[in-house]
Design a protein around this ligand. Sequence first.
Ligand code: FAD
Ligand code: NAG
Ligand code: NAG
Length: 387
Amino acid sequence: MMSSHGEQAPSTIVVIGAGIIGLTCALQLQSELSRHKTTRPVSVLLVAREWPSSIPGAPARHSADYASMWAGAHVRPIPATTPQLRREAAWLRRAVAEFSRQVEAEPWCGVTRTPGVEYLEAPDQGYRQQTKETFERETSLGGYRKLAPAEVPEGVVLAYEYDTFCINSPVYCEHLLRKFLLQGGKTLEKDLRSEWEAFTLRNDVILVVNASGTGFGDAKSFPTRGQTVVSNLSHVTKTVTRQNKDGSWSFLIPRFLNGGTIVGGTKEPGDWRTEPDLPTRERLLSAGLTLEPYSHDGPARDAAETARNCRVISDVVGRRPTREGGVRLEVEERPLVKLGNAPAKGRVIHAYGAGGRGYEISWGVASEVADLAMPLLRAETQIKGKL
Ligand SMILES: Cc1cc2nc3c(=O)[nH]c(=O)nc-3n(C[C@H](O)[C@H](O)[C@H](O)COP(=O)(O)OP(=O)(O)OC[C@H]3O[C@@H](n4cnc5c(N)ncnc54)[C@H](O)[C@@H]3O)c2cc1C
Ligand SMILES: *[C@@H]1O[C@H](CO)[C@@H](O)[C@H](O)[C@H]1NC(C)=O
Ligand SMILES: *[C@@H]1O[C@H](CO)[C@@H](O)[C@H](O)[C@H]1NC(C)=O
């Protein structure tokens, strides 16, 4: 059937950013589009300055700004005590559902089921009031159990464990990229000056998704520096996090599929240094290795020997793209110079500012982006059927 647009003119959705947010948005859009009949074929074009790559151990060639390559990463829920945290908890549950599906259907993808262990020296009210029921309701993760004082390191006043996921970040992002390509996705390496520039990449761009991480020009965006160490420890099978009284953090996050173990880590809002700091490395290693006995079910190891056996593969500095008030997720519309078949109005869906939670909220953010996109696409492409 001919549409009023003439010869089935194709149209393009541009997604800016090949981080975890851009990749999941691109896949979610493809999957929504495949479920609806459109009068014009719609393709998804992923545009980014930096792209995922991995070698066993560490991603070595990425800038600190490409946060998705540096994340641990684990799913580590935070008690949902504010409206913003409740919104993020809903996104996290969506991601947990997708990770659960993927570990079964695509076990090579880089997501692994992992026990999670939390140690707190000075828990706030949100943690103190948390119960098995609230935890399960907020996260849909199972296995919650409070730990007894005898089971935990000295100084810890609240501790619990649960069933969660660890993600080998570069491996997972590469997996998502391949899936996107297999489903007909297109890619372009380019450094854009503005999200509005994306409308000039093709003459049929009907929508742009800005998943650029931090970007420039949003006064609410700032980086949170994270320094961690990629170590060659390969026997760590639990992700263990300790929040200390002085506000510092220690964690061990295994990177399954031969990726070693991440020993971390700092959270330094507004710190722009991209070079690893060596005293920080020493502090992270000495504090992090005290968690080693709690990070696996195997026989206890001698601490000095563990330290000797721990080789630093690389020092990591990444910037978490943080935003006051959380992720910006909304549609923005501006008049454009008219090009070809594209509408004269440019629509951008913003999806940036995931801070320290990009992986664990990814699929939830992506679903919401697709929900915002489909009604806009209906107007442009006469999508039929249920929306
Ligand atoms: C040390 C550390 C540990 C972390 N641990 C965890 C964890 O355990 N769990 C978790 O969920 N999260 C964790 N995070 C946070 C997580 O890494 C981020 O939230 C997430 O990677 C953000 O993804 P993103 O896609 O928004 O941005 P990014 O990964 O930064 O990707 C941005 C993309 O946009 C592109 N881009 C940007 N500007 C332009 C432009 N002008 N033109 C073209 N392309 C552009 C970039 O090239 C890139 O492809 C951690 C982060 C760090 C640094
Ligand atoms: C995406 O949004 C951010 C924040 O508004 C902006 O600074 C950036 O220029 C946008 N586009 C790109 C390509 O980064
Ligand atoms: C890590 O490196 C150290 C020092 O080179 C070595 O002794 C140890 O066997 C390595 N561990 C693994 C698991 O490869």
